[in-house]
Design a protein around this ligand. Structure first.
Ligand code: AMP
Length: 576
């Protein structure tokens, strides 16, 4: 059985192709979405998802989120005594989803389709594969998230030629893809995006506006108290503000106005915000959304009127101001009848069904595009002048993959012995502004300048992996690229080492997770509330701890259910 996984910045989901349709697998708490949050509890045991999210506020040093943003980089996160790479944190989320799927299916699961933003580069894709490996999953295919959204809508089953634009605004990334379907072939015509733009930025904008509001002295109070210039990342007040801003943002999706309320050191701060004001505050973000849309249209040589359908995906596309902006931009209403949070995971399950060869699914051929231009550094001669560090594109962005392209280069100086092929990704004419992927040194016979020719061939696979091969004309020898200087990627030895380190981690026992979640929730609420409510929550904690000591599972389950009802009442409908 192959499972489909949407490994998201804020939330992750797991889905299956079962009885001829895609179904989301609920997690151990009965929820479809698992927050992409990892933490350690007091015993040093790993918690993933909701129980970890409940601890984000009280134990920011032991909890981490948004690590998908650092996939493919060397940035590590310290949780308690141990440092984690982003692949390892993602692996812990994947492992939790894998456990949920195994429990649901009653069999072991070892293969998965994992989705990635279309905009993920080679290193980020490799890191995602490694995360799968560290979680004990063979990654059959990395599927671009927008392609997943199209599959979920069944767009691949249309009988007429159509063109769709997928607008996917998640927690941390924005992707635009233009897909074309003809003769059973689904082709990504163009994909563009912004790796650092998502729902979280709308939260940040709200926090800034709140803190800069007239008469709001919270920032000064905090910086004075702590003798610092800014809020420290991950600090408790920052977490409180983020949580409240998230609540306000969601409330504004269904209501015309909302109250931003924060209590800090016995002082209360309040701000009434209208949807119109929210729109004004996030105007710069709305403008940034237009850039990738325009680029995708330009690259695919299409006009908005050529598009048959606009599909909204990603939780942040729920915001009415985003929907209005899309409707205005395209002059029509976008398709929103499926849950935008679940689209990508459902699409991954459809792909899993296709991979498993389910007869109910029509055979479709899917093609993707390479999201960036891939090229090499060359020198150019202008008369007597030599300019180096010039970019020579080999595979142009938005070429359909798999693709293989070659370019020939000649030696620049007399008796040159080495031609060094530096591989870059990016769009700038100066290689220094592009991303360096790796380097290959090709020995050449010493001859006069221009007499030796080297052919550089790049092959980009459907999984977004790049291979470079160089041959010197007249020589049968092929030099294949081994990317050595790839700071964001682990070597196979390092993967093995990480795997053994990860296996030493204690994972919080699954059967206790529901109780832990309830306890964590109560502890968070105890800290958040004051006075009578706080005392009441304190009593509830004591009662539950006593119940837990009985080890009578029937009594504990009943008590937990009752308690959660009481907690729901306290948090009211505003609870996220
Ligand atoms: P995803 O990465 O697709 O799970 O998207 C998560 C993002 O969607 C987060 O930034 C959420 O704040 C945002 N989101 C989810 N539901 C809503 C809603 N009702 N209104 C506004 N934003 C939402």
């Amino acid at each position: 059985m192959i499972i489909g996984i949407d490994l998201g910045t804020t939330n992750s989901l797991c889905a299956l192709w079962i009885n001829g349709e895609a179904a989301i697998i609920p997690n151990v708490h009965g929820h479809n979405m698992t927050p992409s949050i990892v933490g350690l509890d007091g015993n040093g045991e790993v918690l993933v998802g909701l129980p970890a999210r409940e601890r984000l506020l009280l134990h920011p040093q032991l909890t981490t989120s948004l690590f998908k943003r650092y996939m493919g980089s060397n940035k590590t996160v310290k949780l308690g005594p141990r440092t984690f790479r982003p692949e390892e944190l993602s692996a812990l989320v994947l492992r939790s989803l894998k456990d949920d799927a195994e429990r649901f299916l009653g069999e072991s699961v070892t293969e998965a389709i994992i989705t990635v933003p279309a905009y993920f580069n080679d290193t980020q894709r490799k890191a995602t594969r490694i995360a799968g490996e560290l979680a004990g999953l063979k990654v059959d295919r990395l599927l671009n998230e927008p392609t997943g959204a199209a599959l979920a809508y069944g767009l691949h089953q249309r009988s007429v030629e159509s063109t769709f634009l997928i607008f996917d605004l998640g927690g941390g990334t924005f992707d635009v893809s233009i897909l074309e379907l003809f003769d059973g072939v689904m082709e990504v015509r163009a994909s563009a995006g912004d790796n650092f733009l998502g729902g979280e930025d709308f939260v940040t904008a709200l926090i800034d506006a709140f803190l800069n509001g007239p008469g709001n002295s919270l920032r000064e109070q905090y910086t004075h108290e702590h003798n610092v210039e800014h809020f420290e990342q991950g600090h408790r007040l920052e977490q409180i503000l983020r949580k409240e801003a998230e609540r306000v943002k969601r409330w504004l999706s269904d209501h015309g106005s909302a109250k931003f309320k924060v209590s800090w050191q016995d002082q209360h701060f309040e701000w009434l915000i209208s949807e119109a004001e929210f729109t004004r505050i996030v105007e710069p973000l709305l403008l940034r959304l237009r850039t990738p849309i325009e680029r995708a249209l330009r690259d695919s040589r299409l006009r908005t009127s050529d598009l048959n359908e606009i599909i909204l995906a990603g939780g942040a596309s729920r915001m009415p101001l985003v929907r209005k902006m899309v409707a205005r931009l395209f002059g029509r209403l976008p398709a929103i009848h499926l849950n935008p949070d679940e689209l990508v995971a459902r699409g991954a399950a459809v792909q899993a069904g296709l991979t498993m060869g389910d007869a109910a699914l029509d055979e479709i051929v899917m093609t993707d595009v390479c999201p960036y231009t891939l090229g090499t550094a060359v020198s150019e001669r202008f008369g007597n002048d030599i300019q180096s560090g010039i970019y020579l594109p080999i595979i142009e962005r938005n070429s359909i993959v798999p693709i293989s392209r070659e370019k020939s280069l000649i030696t620049l100086t007399d008796h040159q012995r080495i031609v060094s092929i530096k591989i870059f990704q990016g769009e700038s004419r100066q290689v220094q502004d592009n991303i360096f992927l790796g380097e290959l040194e090709v020995p050449v016979p010493p001859r006069p300048a221009g007499e030796v020719e080297v052919t550089v061939r790049y092959t980009y696979t459907v999984d977004g992996l790049l291979e470079a091969e160089c041959t010197v004309t007249g020589s049968p020898e092929k030099h294949r690229l081994v990317i050595e200087k790839n700071p964001g990627s682990l070597t196979p030895e390092e993967v093995a080492e990480r795997l053994s380190e990860l296996s030493k981690l204690k994972i919080h026992p699954r059967e206790q997770l529901e109780n832990t979640l309830t306890l964590n929730r109560m502890q968070r609420m105890y800290e958040e509330h004051l006075g009578d409510k706080r005392a009441y929550i304190g009593q509830l904690i004591g009662r539950f701890q006593k119940d837990l000591q009985t080890q009578d599972s029937r009594l504990i389950n009943e008590s937990r259910r009752d308690l959660n009802k009481l907690l729901d009442n306290i948090e009211g409908e505003l609870r996220l």
